[in-house]
Design a protein around this ligand. Structure first.
Ligand code: FES
Ligand SMILES: [Fe+2]
Length: 372
């Protein structure tokens, strides 16, 4: 949904991506292999796994990962493949294990830590050691209450990879915020169109007049403009305080958000699948999951201070409803983009100066997708 002026100007000759990046299944497979399965990706909030045994399953292309909280309160992630004959162990999207994870085929049973605990009749097999058949681990990290996983065999250290962001949003105390609402959208468009749409507000006056009335589309400044993290802020109009139906705060600002940050909304895309939007009184994040070259699932989650949930004085729905409408406007135009780009007559065209972050996203994306 964002911004404009940038400390770094648009690279000369920057233009939109070629058609095949939006229609070719081989490209999608490369995106799975080299991007989604080779980077830290956002997988939700750690509060979703609030008790021992709680789990959720993340599917990316042909791969599936079980995320859970173990009996020591630690977050763990395991490849969702039985070490016996490879059966997918967990076929639900979320739930709670008791103290173990059992494959429904022959009953091999694993601890929450992934160690094989029971394997009927395998003791008689010469040279078989249960310790050799733990579930394969997936790297997992938590930052500001968000879970990230990395499927790579050699994941980059999370703190190094996220160094530019680790302390950046501490005034919003995101780790203490709670989920008030999550909405799920099925979008008939390539996942990159959703990210690219978020990275500019060139479209705001036409597509979102109500949003443009709160944050003028030429306001603001980018402060991260190359690499995996892109974004900056936009400023509220003088008579506006936040992005809500009324343009007023829907509850008090978060206590440590002060001064200029009370007059701004910050938007960041966090490569490859997360969009993070910080308002004075709430935080919103999107996750984007490819489901095909022309399909993606997007979730949007609104995080507020926990005092808000039980109070009748405040109305977080003002923020949720406003963004729900805006989201749908964005998904609709992204679907129309997909339809147009599928035409053989589509041809890349130059980006405007207000689309410099799209050029930066494309550049980082192209660098990542060609890793082999
Ligand atoms: S495939 Fe899982 S127990 Fe046999
Ligand atoms: Fe938009």
């Amino acid at each position: 949904m964002t911004f404009i002026k940038t400390a770094k100007s648009l690279p000369k000759g920057a233009h939109t991506l070629e058609r095949h990046y939006y229609v070719d299944p081989d490209i999608l497979q490369k995106e799975y292999d080299n991007i989604f399965l080779n980077n830290w990706i956002c997988a939700g909030r750690s509060s979703e796994l609030c008790e021992s045994g709680y789990y959720k399953v993340i599917n990316i292309g042909m791969e599936s990962t079980i995320l859970l909280r173990d009996e020591h309160g630690e977050l763990k992630a395991h490849v969702n493949v039985c070490r016996h004959r490879g059966t997918r162990i967990c076929n639900h999207r979320s739930g709670q294990f008791s103290k173990s994870i059992q494959c429904s085929y022959h009953g091999w049973t694993y601890g929450l830590d992934g160690k094989l605990m029971g394997a009927p009749h395998m003791d008689a097999v010469e040279g078989f050691h249960k310790s050799d058949y733990s579930l394969f681990p997936v790297a997992i990290a938590e930052w500001d209450g968000f879970i990230f996983i990395n499927y790579s065999h050699t994941p980059e250290d999370f703190d190094s990879a996220f160094a530019p962001l680790i302390e950046r949003f501490k005034d919003w105390t995101i780790d203490e915020l709670i989920t008030i609402e999550t909405k799920k959208y099925e979008v008939s468009g390539n996942w990159k169109l959703v990210i690219q749409n978020y990275c500019e507000c060139y479209h705001c006056p036409i597509l979102h007049p109500d949003l443009a009335a709160i944050t003028p589309y030429l306001s603001g400044q980018n402060d991260l403009y190359e690499g995996p993290f892109l974004g900056g802020y936009m400023e509220f109009n003088e008579d506006k305080e936040s992005i809500t139906g009324s343009g007023k705060l829907c509850c008090p600002p978060l206590p440590n958000v002060k001064n200029d940050d009370l007059k701004r909304v910050y938007y960041y895309s966090i490569f490859p699948n997360m969009l993070l939007s910080l308002h004075p009184e709430y935080v919103m994040y999107h996750m984007v999951w490819p489901n095909g070259v022309d399909k993606c699932t997007v979730t949007c989650t609104w995080l507020f201070s926990k005092d808000i949930k039980n109070s009748t004085r405040y109305n977080p729905k003002e923020a949720i409803d406003f963004w729900d409408i805006t989201n749908k406007q964005d998904w609709h135009i992204s679907e129309l983009s997909q339809l147009g780009i599928q035409s053989k007559k589509y041809n890349p065209a130059p980006y405007s100066g207000q689309e410099s972050l799209l050029a930066a996203f494309d550049q980082y994306y192209l660098k990542n997708i060609s890793l082999t």
